[in-house]
Write a protein that binds this ligand. Structure first.
Ligand code: PRX
Length: 635
């Protein structure tokens, strides 16, 4: 394993220049440092119009050989994963690279014994325990495609995702600890399983000793299956462009998009970005607090760190349990050197008395990271001053489920940081800002603002939406001809630093979670009292954004607190508790254009208390409704 780290700002500039002048040669040099069973024939083939992107075609590899086997000789005894349980009194687990290799191989045989073959889809609905990492790597070992569903999602959300990609197996746990609560995951799965004909078997890990209802012939316990499994499992030979995983993300329509990532490019992209953004040294302890159910966990708890031979921390619990000092207690206990979290977590912890931070020794920290949403100035400074003590570079990393890896970010200690700015693109990333007319805004020495697109492929770009390539084209490649559109707006300063200003489509980022308003509206509309609804985001002190729902009821229905509760409940059950609207306002109509389209721009402004300039409302079909909505606004 070779170190891919750039060391100086000059190195960065040189690498960036090379990556734009000759992207193929640039990525070839990086890809060459990995273990391939057979070297690729063609580095890149692409066409953003079709759209089609292929990296390292003809190359054969297995990502687990790069995350595990290749480290065994030199790093076999090094800790790969440190697991920190929800309950601070329970023991942490330290799993070395060799132990992880053994566990993954054996569990890979469990998958095989249960009929899973290369290309089959396996759904994982698991708590943050090492077995989640083991299960995902075991899938990758035999070429099965994992589809991880965040274990806070509802039965309906699991079923929809399982059915969309026709998963053959579901892996879950009986229960999960989350702070002071225990949640029965198996029960949630059982409800989903009533509607998932493709599932043939369910593997259940017992996280607690509680009795678990099992269905004969379908459900099997993890440990029982392990007993029957062989120890060795050779790594399946995968084509660089074979699917590694599917991960669902919200879309502007109600249906989630199953983003498809492939083996070769994803491995090269996540590993290169991990090493360069975080700049780990040999004995560092790296902790990303995300859940593996999101892309951040895939790329920067598992694949990037393990392919780099790093020690990565997995935390089962929540930042507030047993008190608001938990993150800092763990940093002290495990001597964490690199800490990567989300602005929403920073804001909620910044609201607590400083004693929760001060009682812990945070001197091991070297680098702080932020991801998932724009980090506001106040949160940035709190993080930098109180956690980093002014000594740790803060890397504000901008990227997406679709990009697979970090795209715009400082490189810790190498390139400059600037509060609220994700700063400069990584080598290999060619961002552009687009104006209202769809033209590229040229790079001059003027600060500019526009919509953020990327004009050249990078290895870890998602290749398609599972089963719906037309939608992939429509969502990402039709807004600006020949370019990938991110859905974000951005500002660029005179030195070329980017600051992401937020989504410009119908996706709202709530507490760092990407939520499509359409899916929430569909859920609300399912309530029998509801005629129609519109959901928009508005700024929220801790969550970044919160959701405001405008709801039209049938004429004979009286608005009530009970109804509000029921609507929130429906959303929690269909989309998930994180999607519950913060505020619900009953209205008699929604502002619509003459063609019947809801004018969300106006609703967004009202929800954000930004009603000074609503723009021209006279062209609306029903302009009078705007005053009514403003009069009943829920402050
Ligand atoms: O709007 C951007 C925001 O999160 C979106 C991607 O969400 P998701 O696919 O769930 O991935 C989140 C983790 C990578 C982006 O379109 N976003 C992500 N990181 C940042 C950000 N906005 C501002 N600054 C960031 N650092």
């Amino acid at each position: 394993m070779e170190n891919l780290q750039l060391r100086t700002f000059a190195d960065y500039k040189k690498a960036y220049k090379k990556s734009t002048k000759d992207p193929e040669a640039f990525w070839e040099g990086i890809a060459d440092t990995f273990t391939w069973q057979k070297k690729w024939d063609k580095t890149l083939e692409w066409d953003f119009e079709k759209p089609e992107v292929k990296w390292f075609q003809g190359g054969k590899l297995n990502i687990t050989e790069n995350c595990l086997d290749r480290h065994l000789e030199k790093l076999g005894n090094k800790t790969a994963i440190i697991w920190e349980p929800n309950d601070p009194d329970e023991e942490s687990r330290y799993i070395s690279y060799r132990q992880l290799f053994v566990k993954v191989s054996r569990f890979a045989n469990v998958l095989k014994n249960n009929g899973i073959k290369k290309g089959d889809r396996v759904c994982l609905y698991m708590p943050m325990i090492p077995e989640l990492a083991i299960a995902m790597l075991a899938c990758a070992r035999i070429g099965a495609v994992h589809s991880i569903v965040f274990a806070g999602f509802s039965s309906a959300a699991i079923a929809r995702r399982i059915n969309d990609s026709e998963c053959k197996m579901l892996i879950t746990a009986n229960e999960v600890y989350r702070g002071a609560k225990k949640v029965n995951l198996k029960e949630i799965c059982d409800k989903a399983l009533e509607e998932t004909p493709s599932i043939e078997s369910v593997i259940v890990y017992r996280r607690t000793v509680e009795p678990t209802a099992m269905k004969d012939g379908r459900d099997k316990f993890w440990f029982d299956e392990l007993q029957k499994a062989e120890k060795d499992c050779p790594a399946e030979e995968m084509d660089a462009e074979d699917m590694l995983f599917i991960l669902y993300t919200s879309g502007s329509t109600g249906k989630p998009k199953g983003m498809v990532h492939t083996v070769g490019g994803y491995m090269v992209g996540t590993t290169y970005t991990f090493q360069n953004v975080f700049q780990l040294e040999k004995d560092d302890v790296y902790w990303c607090t995300a859940d593996i159910g999101w892309i951040t966990g895939h790329s920067y708890i598992i694949y990037g760190p393990l392919a780099s031979g790093a020690t990565t921390v997995m935390f089962e619990g929540v930042p507030s349990y047993p008190d608001y000092g938990r993150f800092w207690e763990i940093c002290e206990k495990l001597k964490v050197t690199h800490f990567y979290t989300a602005p929403t977590a920073i804001r909620s912890l910044a609201k607590q008395p400083l004693k929760f931070v001060e009682r812990h020794d945070l001197s091991s920290l070297k680098v702080l990271g932020s991801v998932g949403e724009p980090i506001n100035e106040e949160a940035w400074h709190w993080y930098n001053d109180n956690i980093g003590k002014g000594n740790c570079p803060v890397v504000d990393t901008w990227w997406q489920t679709e990009t697979g890896g970090i795209m715009i970010s400082p490189l810790a200690g190498i390139t400059p940081t600037r509060p609220t700015f994700a700063t400069l693109p990584l080598p290999g990333v060619q961002p552009v800002l687009m104006d209202e007319q769809g033209e590229e805004i040229p790079h001059t020495n003027e600060p500019v603002e526009g919509r953020l697109a990327i004009k050249f492929p990078w290895p870890s770009i998602a290749r398609t939406i599972y089963g719906d390539h037309d939608r992939y084209k429509e969502v990402y490649f039709s807004t600006f001809k020949g370019k990938y559109f991110t859905g974000d707006g951005a500002y660029r300063d005179a030195s070329g630093n980017y600051r992401i200003t937020g989504r410009v489509d119908d996706i709202v980022i709530v507490s760092g979670h990407n939520l499509g308003t359409a899916a929430i509206e569909n859920a609300i509309d399912e309530h029998e009292a509801v005629v129609e609804s519109a959901v928009v985001g508005y700024p929220h002190e801790v969550k970044g954004n919160a959701l405001y729902a405008y709801v039209i009821l049938y004429n004979d229905i009286e608005p009530s607190e009970e109804l509000i509760k029921e609507i929130r409940e429906i959303v929690a059950n269909t989309v998930g508790p994180i999607a519950k609207p913060e505020k619900i306002q009953f209205v008699s109509g929604l502002p619509k254009t003459r063609s019947g389209k809801i004018m969300r721009r106006i609703l967004r402004k009202i929800a954000s208390k930004d009603t000074e300039n609503l723009g021209d409302t006279s062209t609306l079909l029903n302009p009078e409704i705007v005053d009514e909505i403003m009069a009943d606004f829920k402050a």
